[in-house]
Write a protein that binds this ligand. Structure first.
Ligand code: ZN
Length: 334
């Protein structure tokens, strides 16, 4: 049997990344990254995605007909079943773009489309920090908070294909307004971007911090500066950081009650804060807020730990989506 080769295309607001992955050992054989050029609209962008895939395949010294199939990870809203991406605030001008059909037409290979949070979760399950469990929940802490849910080795997309939006779990009813129209969503407290927004609001309201000068001189303040200042004992930075950890723990308790996964994996830029500043406080708050039930002395609780794919998450998730589609029978091998 021919070796299975999966091409993964990670479609992001800033960059399109593509890579060829060997299924047997999950090795990335080639990688390319090009600018998305968001202003150009759907037609040219889909063309760039296809070219990125073709370049990645060429760079690996492979011909397109040898590629098993192509997986595409994209921000939602989208329909996995129909293979289309809809308009969103990140993708102005997109209507109901037939991404999968375009890929199949231009490359002659089967293709599958997956929400990027779902793809990333599946990537960790297939090739990363979730390889040894059957059920996991994945949270990526970046500009927003993305998510993915795998239960008993099945990806849970939801009946209407837009589940696992874990960043929009309400953790504080009546809380801060979210861009989605709800209030008190997890990402309004615990995403890197919203945490920085809250910090700057506090500075502008006159609160004191070691970062006040930086802010006054017009330099940007991100979650990185906040966690560094928090580690150095700055009270305002510590408060904002601790609140983010608290709300993450609130979210994790709800996840534990609803899904009961073996593991909750945290990913994204914010995990650079490390075990001491991020994982330990989230675990401690989780233990405090969590129920106290035990089952015959056995812990019922998920482990909370870091994802492991880092910068390869997008490509591995998209490539892994091919394996998922094969498992689910939507891509058939000859
Ligand atoms: Zn929201």
């Amino acid at each position: 049997m021919a070796e299975r080769l999966y091409c993964g295309v990670d479609f992001g607001g800033t960059n399109i990344k593509a890579g060829l992955v060997r299924a047997s050992d999950r090795a990335i054989l080639s990688q390319v990254s090009i600018e998305t050029g968001r202003e150009h609209g759907p037609g040219p962008i889909i063309g760039r995605m296809i070219r990125a895939a073709q370049t990645a395949v060429e760079q690996a010294g492979v011909k397109m007909p040898q590629v098993t199939a192509i997986g595409i990870g994209s921000p939602g809203p989208l329909s996995h079943k129909r293979g289309v991406v809809f308009e969103s605030s990140n993708l102005p001008g997109w209507r109901c773009e037939p991404v999968v059909q375009q890929f199949q037409k231009e490359t002659g290979r089967p293709a599958t489309l997956e929400n990027d949070g779902n793809a990333a979760a599946w990537g960790e399950f297939w090739a990363g920090a979730g390889r040894d469990v059957n059920s996991l929940v994945f949270l990526t802490l970046g500009t927003g908070i993305g998510g993915g849910i795998i239960v008993e080795r099945q990806l849970i997309r939801g009946g209407r294909e837009n589940g696992a939006e874990l960043g929009h779990m309400i953790v504080q009813a009546g809380g801060r307004p979210c861009t989605c129209g709800q209030s008190g969503c997890l990402e309004t407290y615990a995403s890197a971007w919203k945490m920085a927004t809250r910090f700057i609001e506090a500075l502008d309201a006159g609160e004191k911090s070691a970062l006040s000068c930086r802010h006054k001189s017009g330099l940007p303040i991100t979650s990185k500066e906040i966690v560094e200042a928090a580690a150095g004992g700055d009270p305002l930075a510590a408060r904002i950081w601790e609140e983010a950890c608290y709300y993450l723990a609130v979210g994790c308790v709800s996840i534990a009650r609803v899904i009961n996964p073996d593991r909750i994996l945290l990913a994204g830029g914010m995990i650079a804060a490390g075990e001491k500043m991020l994982l330990n406080p989230v675990r401690a708050k989780f233990a405090e807020l969590n129920w106290k039930l035990r089952c015959d002395g056995m812990s019922l609780e998920p482990e909370i730990s870091f994802a492991s794919l880092g910068n390869n998450t997008g490509i591995m998730g998209a490539a892994g989506a091919v394996e998922l589609a094969i498992n689910e029978g939507t891509i058939k091998l000859n």
